[in-house]
Design a protein around this ligand. Structure first.
Ligand code: ATP
Length: 206
């Protein structure tokens, strides 16, 4: 099974890394691919170029086996639609289950994603929840897909919906960017190697 963890990673932080590690261990994944979005369809394109966000991601995970910084959205032109990313992963890994990890906010807005129903033809969708997060009531489309058995995620290549509670550290890239712009020290929120890169390239200064 292969996990897919998309995001802007502007910059990557311990909230992302801890969630990805827990997901990898819980589902016994062969690998988890962290995929920076070049041009996120639902938000402004980040000021820090995608290539630099990828560099930071590589530094953050270089000592973690099974974590892969995947550059396929950066290599592609046009908006970073997840369905296109999954098509490319599906053709690269025809025999593997694909688990697409998303947060509850993303899940609650999934119907606004480009060709969202097709996501389930290509991958399972795993919603990473936190204790007080509110998930909207499931309609028939979702209810038919929901499973509580990880075995089904392994046996089928795609098509299931699964909810998994996970530690979500109270860290956001927005807060980190704000700290740095204010001249404060972001240490312990993200790996030191990433902080060094940010300082060397003078990123996120106001
Ligand atoms: P920003 O503050 O710029 O919106 P972010 O910190 O939310 O960024 P993203 O790159 O947008 O990070 O998030 C990528 C993925 O990581 C999303 O699926 C999001 O739900 C998840 N994520 C973000 N922060 C955390 C966290 N603290 N714990 C667990 N998952 C997180």
């Amino acid at each position: 099974m292969i996990g897919i963890f998309g995001g802007t990673f502007d910059p990557v932080h311990y909230g992302h890394l801890r969630a990805a590690l827990e997901a990898k261990e819980y589902f016994g994944l062969d690998e988890i691919r962290l995929i920076p979005s070049a041009k996120p369809p639902h938000r402004d394109t980040p000021q820090v170029p995608a290539a630099m966000r990828l560099d930071m991601l590589k530094l953050a995970i270089e000592h973690q086996p099974g974590f892969i910084a995947d550059n396929r959205e950066i290599e592609r032109t046009g908006a970073s639609y997840m369905v296109v990313t999954l098509e490319s992963l599906r053709s690269e890994f025809p025999g593997k289950s694909l688990l697409l990890f998303i947060g509850t906010d993303a899940f609650n807005n999934l119907a606004s994603w480009y060709q969202w129903e097709k996501l389930f033809d290509l991958a399972h969708v795993v919603v990473l929840t936190r204790p007080n997060s509110l998930v909207k009531p499931l309609d028939k489309f979702y209810a038919e897909k929901q499973t509580q058995q990880t075995r089904q995620l392994r046996e089928q290549l795609a098509g299931k919906l699964y909810f998994q509670a996970i530690t979500q550290l109270d860290i956001s890239a927005t807060a980190i960017r704000t700290l740095i712009a204010q001249g404060k020290n972001p240490r312990y929120l993200l790996p030191d190697a990433v902080i060094t890169y940010i300082n060397e390239h003078r990123l996120y200064k106001s």
